[in-house]
Write a protein that binds this ligand. Structure first.
Ligand SMILES: *[C@@H]1O[C@H](CO)[C@@H](O)[C@H](O)[C@H]1NC(C)=O
Ligand SMILES: *[C@@H]1O[C@H](CO)[C@@H](O)[C@H](O)[C@H]1NC(C)=O
Length: 181
């Protein structure tokens, strides 16, 4: 079990009209190595998640941060949160093949959009996006985790979560949250 000693999460939420999209910017600084960042209701149509992460590390410890994407099925998010599971156990329920684990690593730049930075603090910058399609509206839960880290996480993030293309009446005027249970 993780013990929370300090958990400072600064969260700025700028919602455009009716949560059709959500923009989140802030710093995730925590001594935990598995941390929830955001949830969003993606509709069945093309949902898009853009991210820009800067991973910081104050030692020579190599960071092994993964972006983890859970959805609302019983064997997914509800099985890990809340729970006594370890970071590895919470990660192991996801499949790398299904794209639910995105290793934030410069050696996997094609997948993660990461590049090494020449900065003593900021080691990595990762910019990319993911698309979400499912058979019904679903909540997706975005987590950052570095199971090998002893010092926790220090990541600044800039993310946007969007449903479909602008212009549609439904998508323009109703919160996607209304479609998710
Ligand atoms: C990190 O690496 C540098 C150069 O390799 C070394 O001088 C420094 O002592 C190391 N720092 C830690 C905390 O291990
Ligand atoms: C997080 O990173 C910033 C550098 O961007 C640094 O100033 C700060 O001390 C770090 N915080 C922790 C808890 O390591």
């Amino acid at each position: 079990m993780n013990v929370i000693i300090s958990n400072i999460v600064l969260l700025l939420i700028f919602s455009t009209t009716h949560v059709k999209s959500k923009i989140l910017r802030g710093e995730l600084v925590t001594n935990q190595n598995w941390a929830f960042l955001a949830r969003f209701c993606f509709l069945t149509e093309k949902g898009k998640f853009h991210y820009d992460f800067v991973v910081k590390e104050n030692s020579n410890e190599t960071s092994n941060v993964n972006l983890l994407l859970y959805y609302d099925a019983p064997n997914q998010w509800p099985s890990v949160y809340p729970s006594d599971k370890t970071c590895e156990q919470k990660k192991s329920i996801l499949s790398l093949d299904h794209g639910q684990i995105v290793p934030l690593s410069a050696s996997l730049a094609r997948i993660s959009g990461c590049e090494q930075l020449d900065d003593p603090w900021a080691k990595l910058r990762c910019t990319s996006y993911r698309e979400f399609r499912s058979s019904r509206p679903r909540w997706w839960f975005i987590v950052l985790a570095d199971c090998s880290s002893k010092s926790g996480l220090n990541v600044s993030y800039d993310m946007s979560l969007t449903n479909g293309e602008p212009g549609s009446f439904w998508r323009e005027h109703f919160s996607a949250d209304e479609f998710c249970k």
